[in-house]
Design a protein around this ligand. Sequence first.
Ligand SMILES: [Zn+2]
Length: 107
Amino acid sequence: MDLAHLADELVAALRAQLPDDVILEGFEVELGEHVGVDAEALRAALQLRVPGVDVQILKVEGLLRCLDCGAEYPADEAPCPVCGSARSEHAHGQELSVRRAWARPRP
Ligand SMILES: [Zn+2]
């Protein structure tokens, strides 16, 4: 996946949500383990686009959800540690979005 393109899209999405009369101070991006992007590389790419803004990356562990009992467990513990079922779906780990942002009023 193209890191520069991802960073552009995240910043564009963030700017679209911000009112015009505020100055962005910082934001937090949720990054799933299965997205395949290095957190530090993403942080650096974002920082280039918004100099002086506090960029934080929240890593989300990849988890599977059992289709039979609903338990969530790490992929390396498959099959389901609760009921033994091998039927599962990805529950977490695909996240890539701005989770929250903070800003101050423009003087
Ligand atoms: Zn189960």
